[in-house]
Design a protein around this ligand. Structure first.
Ligand SMILES: [Zn+2]
Length: 93
């Protein structure tokens, strides 16, 4: 069945855009989580603005990815701290 998914809902229903684009293959059954790579880029603040909005919308509705983001942020912070430490050793500071 390939009816336009949007037509099945009243116009007032808000569908998260991260799920909306999967409408044609059945967004009800498929939950796409944020990739580890994207979470890492988000934590580093290096995600392009175009990818930021759908990612943040997904975070609003998905506690699983919020937990993963928290873990990723801790990992990124630890990596940045370690990298800074190594750089400081390298420069003799
Ligand atoms: Zn998720």
């Amino acid at each position: 069945m390939l009816a336009a998914p949007r037509d099945q809902f009243p116009a007032t229903v808000q569908i998260p855009s991260a799920l909306l684009f999967l409408g044609e293959i059945g967004y009800r059954e498929i939950v796409v989580h944020i990739s580890d790579n994207d979470l890492e880029r988000y934590a580093l603040g290096s995600l392009p603005e175009a990818e930021l909005a759908p990612l943040e919308e997904h975070l609003l509705i998905c506690s699983e990815c919020r937990d993963r983001l928290e873990a990723t942020e801790q990992y990124v912070m630890a990596m940045l701290a370690a990298a800074a430490h190594i750089r400081n050793i390298g420069t003799g500071k």
